[in-house]
Design a protein around this ligand. Structure first.
Ligand code: RTP
Ligand code: MG
Length: 141
């Protein structure tokens, strides 16, 4: 087993719907540890930069509008195989296709407003954590 870290966003729809606490509880109940957490409102350049990988996709403009529509809660999570375990806990991108017991099944409103983000691999996890947190803000660094 490998202890690793991943980056999470509780997205604007979930924060607005007062689901932040329930989602954090699901993360903790899954055995992941929170190493850093803060609420922020993304600027347009921050959201465009964060999702730059999708900039040619048809949904990019909408995605950026959605991500800046309200505050989000960003965090660094740690645990054995945290990246894949958090992706499993989130469920499929489209909440309608997400498995029972996942965050997106429970709280996702649409394929866009799908409650949470999680890094998809070790390289993106590193980049995404450093996009929002300095090492001084991460517990135990
Ligand atoms: P994320 O990056 O947010 O963790 O989500 P993901 O890997 O499951 O999905 P990805 O393909 O990376 O898409 C990023 C986010 O863009 C929005 N999206 N909208 N309208 C659409 O067809 C569409 N497809 C994706 C979602 O908010 C998705 O999480
Ligand atoms: Mg993704």
């Amino acid at each position: 087993m490998t202890t690793e870290r991943t980056f999470s966003i509780i997205k604007p729809d979930a924060v607005a719907a007062k689901q932040t606490g329930a989602i954090i509880q699901m993360i903790l109940d899954a055995g992941l540890t929170v190493k850093a957490m803060k609420m922020i409102r993304l600027t347009r350049p921050q959201a465009e930069g964060f999702y730059a990988v999708h900039k040619e996709r048809p949904f990019f403009k909408d995605l950026v509008e959605y991500m800046i529509s309200g505050p989000v809660v960003v965090s660094c999570l740690e645990g054995d195989n945290a990246i894949i375990r958090y992706r499993e806990l989130m469920g499929a991108t489209d909440p309608a296709k997400a498995a029972e017991g996942t965050i997106r099944k429970k709280f996702g409103k649409s394929i866009e407003a799908n409650a949470c983000h999680g890094s998809d691999g070790p390289d993106t996890a590193k980049v995404e954590m450093s996009y929002f947190f300095s090492s001084l803000e991460i517990v135990g660094e």
